[in-house]
Design a protein around this ligand. Structure first.
Ligand SMILES: Cc1cc2nc3c(=O)[nH]c(=O)nc-3n(C[C@H](O)[C@H](O)[C@H](O)COP(=O)(O)OP(=O)(O)OC[C@H]3O[C@@H](n4cnc5c(N)ncnc54)[C@H](O)[C@@H]3O)c2cc1C
Length: 350
């Protein structure tokens, strides 16, 4: 049989690319060997137009956020499921330095349509320390990534596209106009294996940097906040009384399992602004596929233009995947070049 694209890996990257290509009528297959601790299953799934210690606008926020809301909303409708949860986010100021830094930059940030011009600080005060006020923004929320991956599975199964198997790199053969894998021909193969791409022989010395993250799940029955609160760490209520708090970012680690020091780090930051007590119910950990320059790794190397990659989504898989899957589909269908800042060839000499 002849197909357009074989996708290897069905985390947030592979799932999103598969659904994008299906919507455009391409004939695809997706091969995935699911792992319960893959970052796409463990991710809290937050998306936010402001990030980082200094609360700066997320790279390409104006493009990414309207795009992701439309994309996930469309997949929800198609699968009659619900995984996109829009929630505004509140960030209290904890010091005069913090307050002054924001007001110094405020006019630039205020020009965006993301900020609420007059947050109701009193709404947060019973639970959140905010004597200096804070900022509130919209176009933020979370994607329940497990439900999203399940919705993808439903659509892929309806189209007979999903193969649950381990992909062995030795089984692929390059041809003049594509590749063959297990007796089928594909015009392109796209690798979306997360950190496992570090073993991919077609992208030697790939600049992926594994980044370990931990998340705490807390039981706080009397905290009615629906909004995300973020200051050093974020906190979001997913089920009644069940709050996800995270995350840690560790570049050096010798185990993938959750570590107590991760829990302590999160609790210390949370203790600076959360006024109520809680009970810890779970600590989870996963390893994010980050890139050396914190930008996606996409496209092909000149020696093998039929072998593509979609990786390096790092800490922001949920917000980056829909927009960049669309751009990759334009490369596959119309040979439209990718912007240099995401093109994997930026790291290679030829
Ligand atoms: C603790 C934590 C919290 C996070 N919170 C957020 C958040 O709030 N918001 C956000 O946007 N992002 C968050 N992230 C980051 C997010 O999880 C990643 O950006 C995203 O999951 C990367 O997806 P991926 O598809 O590239 O990789 P993966 O999730 O690793 O998916 C790769 C898939 O490929 C499969 N695979 C690999 N090799 C093979 C093979 N040879 N054969 C078959 N299958 C294979 C794997 O089994 C897996 O299913 C978080 C991550 C962690 C660890």
């Amino acid at each position: 049989m002849c197909y357009d694209v074989l996708i290897v890996g069905k985390g947030i990257a592979g799932n999103t690319l598969a659904l994008t290509l299906l919507e455009k009528g391409l004939r695809i297959k997706v091969v995935d060997h699911p792992r319960s601790n893959s970052p796409s299953r463990l991710a809290v799934g937050l998306y936010s137009p402001f990030t980082g210690k200094r609360t700066t606008r997320t790279w390409l926020a104006e493009k990414l956020f309207p795009f992701l809301e439309e994309f996930y909303g469309r997949i929800e409708k198609k699968t009659d499921s619900s995984f996109l949860h829009a929630r505004s986010a509140y960030r209290p100021f904890l010091s005069h330095l913090d307050y002054n830094d924001w007001t110094g930059r405020g006019s630039e940030e205020n020009a965006t349509s993301f900020l609420n011009p007059s947050p109701d600080h009193a709404h947060y005060s019973p639970w959140i320390l905010n004597p200096l006020g804070g900022i509130e923004y919209t176009h933020s929320g979370y994607v329940d990534t497990v439900s999203y991956l399940e919705a993808g599975e439903t659509l892929l199964n309806q189209n007979n596209c999903l193969i649950t198997d381990y992909f062995n790199y030795d089984d692929v053969e390059e041809t003049e106009d594509g590749i063959t894998w297990k007796n089928d021909h594909y015009r392109y193969i796209v690798f979306c294996e997360g950190i496992h791409a570090m073993q991919n022989p077609f992208f030697p010395q790939i600049p992926i940097v594994p980044n370990k993250g931990e998340v705490l799940i807390l039981h706080i029955p009397d905290l009615p906040l629906k909004e995300i609160v973020t200051q050093g760490v974020f906190m979001v209520q997913k089920q009644a009384g069940e709050f996800y708090v995270g995350s840690t970012y560790r570049w050096k680690f010798d185990q993938e399992e959750p570590e107590e020091r991760g829990a302590q780090e999160i609790k210390e930051k949370l203790g600076k602004w959360l006024k109520v007590s809680y009970e810890q119910t779970q600590l989870r950990a996963g390893v994010r596929p980050a890139s050396k320059d914190r930008r996606p790794l996409m496209g092909y190397l000149n020696a093998r233009p039929r072998f593509l990659i979609f990786n390096g989504l790092g800490t922001k898989g949920v917000s980056l995947a829909p927009y960049w899957a669309e751009e990759l589909s334009q490369l596959i269908i119309h040979q439209k070049d990718l912007p240099e800042e995401v093109d994997i060839r930026r790291f290679y000499l030829n």
